[in-house]
Ligand binder design. Structure first.
Ligand code: KG4
Ligand code: ZN
Length: 492
């Protein structure tokens, strides 16, 4: 006997059994086909070897509730506990998806089913009179509450000390302390300064998060911490704090990947990351293009920057233009008053580069081209428009980022694009991403800005996905991994 997830290929077999089981009110083949094919449903069949039972679960995007859509066991197979087994598997699935309750309707005259549901923890919460026609039988509405784990997440990979708390897929707190101001006089993040700042900020940020969530450490079920990629010294502070808390309060600890955390942040918006998706992560520290087929099991790095990160390029060009750090927002503001009239180079987009570096980025040539342009004008004593330079530079970055991201969507036949990282604040990037995605029939996802920049909530959210999926905690032996591969979602 085998339990298999059903898809639309099973339509004919499922309809055969459906018609046998519900001769009066079987679903139409069309409704069954769309149920089996839908993204938000999970149908499970029992094969022995022919189909002898099935059940379906539906979880709408962004909802914290699942519904049992149907369940049926061939009459000669009843009384063997197969219905219970199917229900238990659907409950496990709903738990894994972050649902906080499961609802179902059952005929009031189906005593066997009602007894099973009660045994599984469902409670009757309502009655729908004469719901089942033509017999005029009442429907009982039953509900199973699911308590999702509360996970505390710690982020310290770069210059943001973040502590977030989530329950299942629900955001409870997102406390943040940034040391950006301390780096401004150096024009970029100084690792030693960042590490010291984390040390000072970690405790108050933890307390702020707990206060915000109205919880104490006793209420926390698990702790997650980003153990890379990032600055070694900065990472060590977060990891040390996480290990200390885990030991002192006897909580399981999960070491998770910061980059995958950026993708995981989207569960806090939608209940689940809709997959597969291409993800473009652009910040002061990274420029990575990912293909995510499964958040926990299948994340592939398609390409990344071979020199400067996109945000770093903004910061460096800002310096050339005499603007303060961080340069991204400054350039964005200045560019609004300019036109993108100067054609700056688009790194790694020439045909010969595209062969080897189709999804990789390079911004150092662009930065140099901007610097040359400015020097040349200054040396010649010619006036030039800073706003036009800013707009043209911004255009070049946005063009390359989106060309490569959209290429990836097309090449892998994935019609979703998720953006993350601080550069996502860029007005032109958002506008152009929207335009190119709609032209290409791609769904664009941009989580709210506080979840795009580095934060603890995204680390907690990824940790929570691991807990909900029943993964084992990490051992306390892990350390900071500056260059952690994106394929390693959890370090055990
Ligand atoms: O994700 P994030 O807050 O932190 C780390 O990189 O650690 O990203 C910060 C980066 C900085 O390089 C900043 O210049 C850039 O994001 N940034 C922007 C904008 N706002 C922030 N870049 C372009 N346009 C913006 N509006
Ligand atoms: Zn980041």
């Amino acid at each position: 006997m085998e339990f298999l997830q059903l898809s639309k290929e099973h339509l004919a077999t499922v309809m055969d059994l459906e018609q046998k089981l519900f001769p009066e009110d079987a679903w139409s083949s069309t409704s069954m086909a769309s149920e089996l094919a839908a993204n938000h449903t999970y149908y499970l069949g029992i094969f022995a070897p022919e189909l002898i039972g099935y059940a379906g679960l539906s979880t709408a995007a962004g909802s914290f509730s699942s519904d049992i859509q149907t369940i049926g066991i061939a009459s000669e197979q009843r009384g063997k506990g197969l219905g219970r087994e199917l229900m238990q598997r659907l409950i496990a699935k709903a738990r894994e998806l972050g649902s906080e309750q499961i609802m179902l309707e059952v005929r009031a005259d189906n005593a066997v089913a009602i007894a099973l549901y009660k045994d599984l923890g469902f409670e009757q919460i309502d009655v729908r009179k004469r719901y089942y026609q033509p017999a005029g039988v009442d429907a009982l509405i039953m509900r199973l509450p699911i308590r999702q784990p509360i996970v505390l997440g710690i982020e310290s990979t770069c210059d943001e000390t973040g502590v977030g708390i989530v329950q299942g897929n629900r955001l409870l707190a997102n406390a943040l302390h940034s040391s950006m101001d301390e780096h401004s006089k150096y024009g970029g993040v100084v690792p030693e300064v960042a590490a010291r700042a984390h040390l000072e900020a970690i405790r108050p940020t933890l307390e702020k998060a707990l206060t915000e969530a109205k919880l104490t450490m006793n209420d926390i079920d698990a702790i997650a911490v980003a153990n890379g990629p990032g600055l070694a010294g900065a990472l060590m502070v977060g990891i040390g704090a996480a290990k200390g808390l885990a030991l002192a309060h006897n909580k399981p600890l999960y070491a998770v990947n910061h980059l995958v955390g950026h993708v995981g942040a989207d569960v806090l918006e939608r209940g689940a990351v809709e997959l597969p998706t291409i993800a473009l992560l652009v910040s002061g520290g990274h420029t990575s293009l990912l293909l995510v087929r499964h958040l926990l099991n299948d994340v592939e790095l398609l390409g990344e920057t071979i020199d400067d990160a996109a945000g770093e390029a903004f910061d460096k060009v800002a310096r050339v233009l005499g603007l303060p750090y961080p340069g991204g927002p400054q350039i964005d503001k200045l560019a609004a008053d300019g036109t993108a009239s100067i054609r700056f180079p688009r790194g790694l987009t020439l045909p010969k580069d595209m062969e080897k570096h189709r999804y990789d980025f390079s911004f150092s040539g662009l930065k140099t081209a901007v610097a040359r342009y400015v020097e040349k004008a200054q040396d010649a004593g010619e006036a030039f428009s800073k706003a036009d330079v800013a707009a043209s530079f911004r255009e070049a970055v946005v063009d390359v980022l989106l060309t490569k991201a959209i290429n990836a969507c097309k090449d892998f036949n994935v019609n979703r694009l998720l953006l993350g990282g601080g550069v996502v604040a860029n007005a032109r990037l958002r506008e152009e991403a929207q335009k190119r995605c709609s032209e290409n029939g791609i769904e664009l996802r941009i989580p709210r800005f506080q979840l795009c920049t580095d934060n603890g909530a995204m680390i907690a959210a990824l940790g929570s996905q691991l807990v909900m999926a029943g993964r084992s905690p990490s051992s306390l032996g892990f350390g900071s991994e500056s260059t952690l591969e994106v394929t390693q979602v959890q370090t055990l």
